[in-house]
Structures are given as structure tokens and as C-alpha cells.
Ligand binder design. Structure first.
Ligand code: LLP
Length: 430
């Protein structure tokens, strides 16, 4: 399970800061990120490329996990590139001064406006999803007198065992082109002769929150087979192979992730074997972790409101946020570790249901979860909430989005300000 730091007051400590002080200073709900953990996770990935693949690759931070300028800057400082999937993420990267040549632009339905913006910014690669996009990109690049460097999103047909909503590599996925049908080869053939297009490589992503090495190895092997096929059929060398993200993290003690670097080690072995077998060059390797970089670094702090006991059934502990800042329980029944931040080192002697404040019965953060005794006014912490919480937050019931703070070495600074009621109404037209 996650390592929890407890200070001398028995309070949860994040980046050397007392979580109760953070709650007092910045208010709740509050997303807190431990900067050292983010950097450490980035380094583990970068090191694994150096150690197991001769440094012939690049790690991209999948910004969908948490896209905010302050986090993108850290990824840049640690030498990572960036995966963006929309005009908004791309614009955020631009505003943060992220080096555009290291940005990979994904998406299964990019608009022409988004493609134009990406061409203007000079993004490094377009990860093209389908033929219609390829044609549009070729035309738009020609209009601008530019060349778009492309990878194609391939469905490797690999089934990763994870939640249905976050499984993406299988044949009926909305993402990419299939190998079996010949669609993938056809699009590569088209790209090789398309105007203003430079064909660079292929991409796949088999799913998220995956704990097994096998599906990654299988995907790598399928992709290497396709590289051979491209060489035979089109005479083109595939210089880049992007294997996506998806490495699982520990949310509760039931999760047992492999050490960082294990994926690179295993995949590297497969790629070396397959390259030799097929007589093709070793490709430049890319991986796109999101969750495993930012997830474990995050903690959400809430203030407990009322505690409602339904005798013989359950006790609801209501907090000042909920599905608006963390929709993962209502979407995926995602599990988390809960703590009374002011008694973090004590035994979890109670079992409660943590409820949000939204007008919806399903607005829960966890049901029948273990926690230390909690009373109104206490600070409740939900662990490992760095990924897909802030980035999937909504304004349901017009709840303003919480602030995001970065904690390190005993001090903390805001990287996303808390929304105000004025922010909420600023686009209303009366
Ligand atoms: N690359 C591509 C093309 C992706 O689609 C994704 C995630 C990633 C990389 C990063 O995957 P990660 O390393 O973070 O697993 N909202 C869901 C997760 C959706 C993931 C979507 N794609 C959740 O909260 O669990």
C-alpha cells in the first residue's frame, strides 16, 4: 500500500508539510501534490530507458492525468516529453512554455482547428487516429507550407484485464486502426506518399491501471511484427515505437504494482528479440505514463461536515467535496485509502461510508471503508488522488474546483488557484 508520512503530532505529512496546516492555510477541499514524489517517479522512468534501452527513447508524461502548467514544468525539468489529447491540453503546454518539439498530439477526433493550432505551435508529432485525419492533416500542413511528422494509433488486438471503460487495445475500440483488417497497413501506405507528411512510427495503448507485464510484452511483439510488415510492404523504416501508458499504481493494499522500470526491462527484451528475428532496426521507444507519475503524489484533503449513523446499516461521513472533485468512485467504483489526517498513525477502528455534498445518492468516495474515528471538523485525507481527479473534476451543483498545491521540503505553493463563485458565473450572459 502507499507509504504514509506521519509527523510528531500524529498528523499526515505531505512534502514535509503538516496536512492540517495546509487545510487551514489553503482551505478544503484541497488537492495536495508531493513534488518530490512526482520527480522521483519521472526519474525512475527516465532511468529505466537509460538502463534497459541504452537511452534510445523518451518518456512522455500523459497530461490527461493532471494537466496544469506547474506540473508540466516539472515534467519538462525532468526531461520528459508530453502527451496531449486536446486543444486545451496543448494550449496549457504552450502557455507553460513546454518545448513543442517534445509534444505528441493524440486524440481520436481532433478538429481542424486543433490540427491548425498544433501546426502553428510546431508540435513534434501527430498521433494520427484514422484516414480522415491523415487527409485533413496533409491538406492543412500543405496550406501552411509545413510538414507534419506522424505516428499512427494502432489497435494491437491485445486484451488487458482492467475496467471496461479504460480498456482501449481491443478490436472494437474507438481508438485507432486495426491490424487484422489491413486498415493499419493501408494508412501507412497512404502516409508514405502523402504530401507534407513525414511518417515516423506507430503507437498503441492497451489500457490503464494494468499490473501484468504480459499484455505489454504481447503488444510490443505485435507492433514489432507490424514494423517488419511495413518494411516488406512499403519499404519504409519505422523509426519510432510508442507503447502508450497504463502502468498500475497502488490505491489500496489490495493493489500490488510492479516496481517502476520493470515494464521497460521486459519490453526492451521483447523488442531486441523481435528486431533480430525480423531483421529490422531497433526503434526509438516512447512510453506515456500518466497515472503512475502523478497518482501516488496526490492527496485530497476534505473537512468533515456531519456524521450520520443509520443504526445497523452504515455511518455516513459527509465531506465538503465529492464527485465534483473525484468522480472515480461513481464512474468506476474506484477504491481508495482514507485517513483522519489528524490521527494518521492511529489504528483504523471504524468502518464508514464517505459521502460527498452533491445532490445525488451515488455521490460517494468510498463505501464501508476503514478509517480512524472521525468527528465533524476533522480533516479527512484520500490518498493517491493525483491522477484523474483534478483533471476529471466538474462543476456539478456549481461547486468551485479546489486549489492544487505543490508541497516540498516543508513549504507549499499554489499551482492552481481555488475557483471562486465569480469564476463560476463569469461566462453567464444575463
Ligand atoms: N496514452 C494514451 C494514448 C492514453 O489513452 C492514456 C490514458 C495514457 C497514455 C495514460 O495512461 P495511464 O498511464 O495514466 O494509465 N479516467 C481513467 C483513466 C483513463 C485513461 C485514459 N488514457 C481513470 O480515472 O482511471
Amino acid at each position: 500500500s502507499n507509504h504514509i508520512n506521519v509527523n510528531e503530532k500524529n498528523h499526515l505529512s505531505i512534502g514535509g508539510c503538516d496536512s492540517l496546516d495546509l487545510a487551514k492555510k489553503f482551505g478544503t477541499p484541497l488537492y495536495v501534490l508531493d513534488e518530490a514524489v512526482i520527480r522521483e517517479n519521472c526519474r525512475r522512468y527516465v532511468d529505466s530507458v537509460n538502463k534497459f534501452y541504452n537511452g534510445n527513447g523518451m518518456i512522455l508524461y500523459a497530461s490527461k492525468a493532471l494537466c496544469a502548467g506547474g506540473v508540466l514544468k516539472i515534467a519538462d525539468e525532468e526531461g520528459l516529453g508530453l502527451d496531449v489529447v486536446s486543444g486545451g491540453e496543448l494550449y496549457t503546454a504552450h502557455k507553460a512554455g513546454f518545448p513543442m518539439e517534445k509534444v505528441y498530439f493524440h486524440g481520436n477526433n481532433k478538429s481542424e482547428d486543433e490540427l491548425r493550432m498544433a501546426l502553428d505551435f510546431g508540435v513534434g508529432r501527430f498521433v494520427v487516429d484514422n484516414e480522415q485525419e491523415l487527409s485533413a492533416l496533409s491538406r492543412l500542413a500543405k496550406e501552411k507550407g509545413k510538414t507534419a511528422s506522424v505516428l499512427f494509433r494502432i489497435k494491437p488486438g491485445v486484451d488487458a484485464h482492467t475496467h471496461d471503460f479504460i480498456r482501449t487495445g481491443q478490436i472494437d475500440s474507438k481508438f485507432g486502426v486495426a491490424l487484422e483488417t489491413g486498415e493499419a497497413l493501408a494508412i501507412v501506405k497512404k502516409a508514405v506518399c502523402a504530401e507534407n507528411i513525414a511518417f515516423c512510427g506507430i503507437h498503441c495503448h492497451i489500457g490503464s491501471q494494468i499490473f501484468d507485464l504480459a499484455p505489454f510484452c504481447e503488444a510490443a511483439s505485435v507492433m514489432m511484427g507490424f514494423i517488419k510488415e511495413i518494411k516488406t510492404e512499403c519499404g519504409a523504416d519505422v523509426r519510432e515505437l510508442n507503447l502508450g501508458g497504463g502502468f498500475g499504481i497502488s490505491y489500496t493494499e489490495a493493489d500490488d504494482p510492479l516496481p517502476y522500470g520493470t515494464f521497460m526491462e521486459a519490453v526492451s527484451r521483447v523488442i531486441h528479440e523481435e528486431a533480430e528475428k525480423h531483421g529490422v532496426a531497433l526503434p526509438f521507444i516512447l512510453m506515456e505514463p500518466g497515472r503512475s507519475i502523478i497518482g501516488p503524489a496526490g492527496v485530497t484533503l476534505y473537512t468533515v461536515g456531519n456524521v450520520k449513523e443509520i443504526p445497523g446499516v452504515r455511518t455516513y461521513v459527509s465531506v465538503d467535496g465529492g464527485m465534483a472533485d473525484n468522480p472515480r468512485y461513481i464512474l468506476y467504483q474506484a477504491e481508495y485509502d482514507f485517513l483522519n489526517a489528524g490521527a494518521a498513525g492511529s489504528d483504523k477502528t471504524e468502518v464508514v461510508t464517505v459521502a460527498g455534498k452533491c445532490c445525488e445518492s451515488g455521490d460517494l468516495l468510498g463505501e464501508h471503508v476503514a478509517i480512524q474515528p472521525v468527528r465533524p471538523g476533522d480533516i479527512l485525507a484520500v490518498m493517491a488522488t493525483g491522477a484523474y481527479n483534478y483533471s476529471m473534476a466538474s462543476h456539478y451543483n456549481r461547486l468551485p474546483n479546489p486549489a492544487v498545491v505543490l508541497a516540498d521540503g516543508g513549504s507549499a505553493r499554489v499551482i492552481v488557484r481555488r475557483e471562486t463563485y465569480e469564476d463560476l458565473v463569469k461566462n453567464d450572459v444575463l
